[in-house]
Every structure is written in structure tokens, then in C-alpha cells.
Design a protein around this ligand. Structure first.
Ligand SMILES: [Zn+2]
Length: 392
């Protein structure tokens, strides 16, 4: 049987712990071929789309298809469940449906989206954003990784043509419903399986503070223009301004040149901010930006702010949720989530729902991410029952 254990050794990160699997890197390519093989072994028709996502069809592709799936990439040093659980559970759900003797009345497919975490190229949900036109091919292909490789170059090396990337109306038109199974990423779910009700508004911003690089010993304090100071002010402002359920995080700071005895000449800081709705998220970010600007001026530094991604509040399709509850039981809980997903990108275009599998510790995007085997098995049954109900 296909299991998460099959890929437990692929992409382990010895330095950070957990897994580092990023869009079109060696590890993700290995996982893609593993998925392709697993899908073909089941007689599914595997078809990569123009944007680097892989579709595996049970039945001929066509309109009103019922689609499930998730992603195989991770954050740097991420857990084993975020993404792969949805893919493995989809394969297992197909097996279960077959063992039940189910014959789909509608086409069914599993999709694997590329670069969902944005761990390599900085923009989350890149595959689904490209497919829906939420990002243009031109903008996506220019994104660079830490080594200066562009998404376009990486896609080309993986066999995709950057010139053919972009909004895929044909793929979108085929989707009658999309249901993504995912490990829950907080402690909100108290039963094995639940539904998602909404996703917080969410964006990423890059702040580049520029000062003057100099010697840590020979430069008097009053002579310094140290960009690390406004960078630090931004970190503190993020905590201060994220009130009433808003979340603001700085998880990545890159000083240039980055030496212990060197005053940095510039510092890049990435801010991730989320809140219930768009105006509230914008308000939190503008307060943080104002504090960062003020601190930059006080230190004689400059700051440039770039919005790297933005997504409004997602509310999952109430009709589809009702149909999933018909399949799983009226008492299936629905909870909001602070985490972004490809399902959130697709929700603006097609009826979309999410199934969550309980996470006992609420830890995610870290090596300690966990779900009990019994809960994962309950997730597979719930997904199979949902697909059976939707595709009959
Ligand atoms: Zn995920």
C-alpha cells in the first residue's frame, strides 16, 4: 500500500531537521516521479499541465470532474504531513473506492500542485496561482531562488515551457469540485476529521533596508547607518501590531554581507501577515511599515517595500460544504484556518472544500508536525466517502 513511509527518506534536511522539498528541486522532482509511478501503477492517466502541476485521471478528463490532491513540497525544515498527506490520502482513497467496487459517474482526478509553500521562489501556491491567472507567467518566471535560478529556468529544466505557462481555462473548466485533504495546522480540531470554513486574508512583504556597510570595531556608534536597527524595529512592530487575532511574523532576515564583525550594508526582512479580512490585514501591515520607516529615518537608512504576494479572505463554497456534510455527517465540524492552501486559490474559481485531519500538538511547518495513524486512516475514509458522494 502507498504510504507516507514510502517517501520518509526523500528530502530529509540534516541541518534543519524535518524535510526541505522545494518546487522543481532534485527532491521534489524525485517525489513527482514517485507520484507518477504510483498513479500509473493504478492505471490512472497521468498528465502534467502547462504550469508544472501533475494530474492523474480516473476516467477520461472532462467537465464536472471531482478533483482532490495537494502538494509535495515543504517549507525549509518542514514536517512530513503538510502536503504529502493530501496526496497519499488521495491515492489511498482511490484504492478504497475501487475495493468498494465504486464506478465513478464523473471523472475523478488527483492533482499535485507545484511550489505550494513558496519555499524556493518566495510566492506561495505558485502552481495554482499560475493555473488561475492569479499570477502571470511573466511575473512567475522571473521569481528567483537563493542561488539566482529563476522559476522559468527551473521549470524549463523540469521539462515545462515557460512560454506556455499561464491561466489555464481548460483545466479550470474541467473542475466541478475540488476537495483538498490536509493536516490541520493548529489545535482547533478535536475530532479526527473536520472541514475548513475559511482562510484568513494573507500576504507577504519584503523590506529592504539600506544603510552603510562598515567595520564593527572602528566605526563609532554615532557614525553608523546600520540597517539592522530598523530591521529589528520591524520585528518588534510585527508583534506589537498583530492584535485581536491578526498574525504577523518575521521568519526570515538576510543581512548583506552577513559577517559577525561587519555592520551590514543592507538587510532584507520578510513579513508574513494575516487577519480575518482584507482591510484589517492591510491596516496591520501599514502600521508595521510606518514603524519600520520611522526607525529607518532615525538611523539614516532607506527602506524599500515590495508586496510579494497577496490573497484575500477565502470562504469555502457553502453548497459544496453541505454536500460534504451529507456524505460525512451533519456533525462534522468546520473551522477557520490561518494557513494558506491551493484550495484557497482555486476557491475563487471553482467550488472548493477542504478536509482537515487532526493535529494533536498543533505544530506545523516544523519537524514536530504530527498526525496519528488512526486519524490519517479516518481522513482517507472521509475523503473516499466524499469523492464517492460527489462523483456518483
Ligand atoms: Zn500545505
Amino acid at each position: 500500500m502507498t504510504d507516507l513511509a514510502d517517501i520518509a527518506d526523500v528530502g530529509r534536511d540534516a541541518r534543519r531537521g524535518g524535510y526541505s522539498r522545494h518546487g522543481f528541486d532534485r527532491v521534489e522532482l524525485e517525489l513527482r516521479s514517485w507520484f507518477t509511478q504510483e498513479a500509473r501503477r493504478r492505471g490512472l492517466d497521468v498528465r502534467p499541465d502547462r504550469n508544472g502541476n501533475i494530474w492523474a485521471w480516473w476516467g477520461a478528463p472532462g467537465p464536472d470532474a471531482v478533483i482532490t490532491g495537494s502538494h509535495l513540497d515543504s517549507v525549509p525544515g518542514g514536517g512530513a504531513f503538510d502536503g504529502p498527506l493530501g496526496v497519499v490520502s488521495a491515492l489511498q482513497a482511490f484504492d478504497l473506492l475501487r475495493s468498494r467496487g465504486f464506478t465513478p459517474g464523473k471523472p475523478l482526478a488527483i492533482v499535485v500542485f507545484v511550489e505550494e509553500e513558496g519555499g524556493r521562489f518566495g510566492v506561495a501556491c505558485l502552481g495554482s496561482r499560475l493555473m488561475t491567472g492569479a499570477i502571470t507567467a511573466e511575473a512567475a518566471c522571473k521569481l528567483t531562488d537563493a542561488d539566482g535560478v529563476t522559476f522559468g529556468e527551473a521549470a524549463h529544466a523540469a521539462g515545462f515551457d515557460p512560454l506556455r505557462m499561464g491561466r489555464d481555462d481548460r483545466a479550470l473548466a474541467s473542475v466541478g469540485a475540488f476537495v483538498e485533504l490536509h493536516v490541520e495546522q493548529g489545535r482547533g480540531l478535536e475530532v479526527p476529521v473536520g472541514l475548513a470554513s475559511s482562510i484568513l486574508a494573507h500576504g507577504r512583504w519584503r523590506y529592504t533596508f539600506t544603510g552603510e556597510g562598515n567595520h564593527a570595531g572602528a566605526t563609532l556608534i554615532e557614525d553608523r547607518r546600520d540597517p539592522m536597527l530598523p530591521a529589528a524595529a520591524l520585528v518588534l512592530a510585527a508583534r506589537r501590531e498583530a492584535t485581536s487575532g491578526a498574525r504577523a511574523t518575521v521568519g526570515r532576515i538576510v543581512p548583506n554581507p552577513g559577517g559577525t564583525n561587519v555592520i551590514a550594508s543592507s538587510v532584507d526582512v520578510w513579513l508574513d501577515a494575516r487577519a480575518d479580512d482584507e482591510p484589517r490585514t492591510r491596516e496591520v501591515v501599514s502600521r508595521i511599515t510606518a514603524a519600520a520607516r520611522e526607525a529607518a529615518v532615525a538611523e539614516g537608512c532607506e527602506v524599500r517595500v515590495t508586496e510579494e504576494s497577496w490573497g484575500g479572505t477565502v470562504r469555502f463554497d457553502p453548497d459544496l460544504m453541505a454536500r460534504v456534510r451529507d456524505a460525512l455527517g451533519a456533525d462534522t465540524p468546520a473551522l477557520p484556518t490561518g494557513a494558506g492552501h491551493d484550495a484557497g486559490i482555486l476557491a475563487a474559481h471553482v467550488p472548493t472544500a477542504m478536509l482537515f485531519v487532526r493535529n494533536p500538538t498543533g505544530i506545523s511547518h516544523a519537524p514536530e508536525e504530527f498526525a496519528e495513524a488512526d486519524d490519517c486512516a479516518a481522513g482517507v475514509v472521509a475523503l473516499a466517502t466524499t469523492l464517492e458522494h460527489l462523483a456518483r
